[in-house]
Design a protein around this ligand. Structure first.
Ligand code: FES
Length: 121
């Protein structure tokens, strides 16, 4: 790993940051009326610990993939640290996400199927 790819961390850097998108599309009862967005938000906010920071963020510019969750692993090099997951609309996906954040390991298959790579336009 090149020095420029080394993660920058300090004592207050959490292990993970979970960014839950909530804006025009993610969390929208109009766009996704069958999803309990409040329950999803509550479940994800419960993940917050000293090691896991949870943030609700404005539009991540991937609205066609809403609801979007970005999980950033601060221990990994910059190019590898972000896991983008779209289409998190069902309770089982939220539960799977929470289990993965809490327990680590490989990304569960249900989330892997919704994982995408960010391509900046
Ligand atoms: S509102 Fe979430 S990506 Fe736009």
């Amino acid at each position: 790993m090149a020095a420029s790819e080394q993660p920058l961390t300090c004592a207050s850097t959490p292990r993970l940051t979970v960014m839950l998108c909530r804006d025009c599309c993610c969390g929208s009862g109009t766009k996704h009326p069958a999803t309990d967005h409040a329950a999803q938000r509550a479940a994800i906010e419960e993940l917050a610990t000293d090691e896991v920071r949870v943030r609700t963020v404005d539009c991540l510019d991937e609205c066609d993939r809403s609801n979007v969750v970005l999980v950033r692993d601060h221990r990994l090099p910059r190019r590898e640290r972000d896991t983008w997951i779209g289409g998190v609309l069902e309770p089982r996906l939220t539960e799977s996400l929470c289990d993965w954040v809490e327990n680590g390991g490989p990304l569960p298959a249900a989330l892997r199927a919704r994982q995408f790579r960010l391509v900046r336009r």
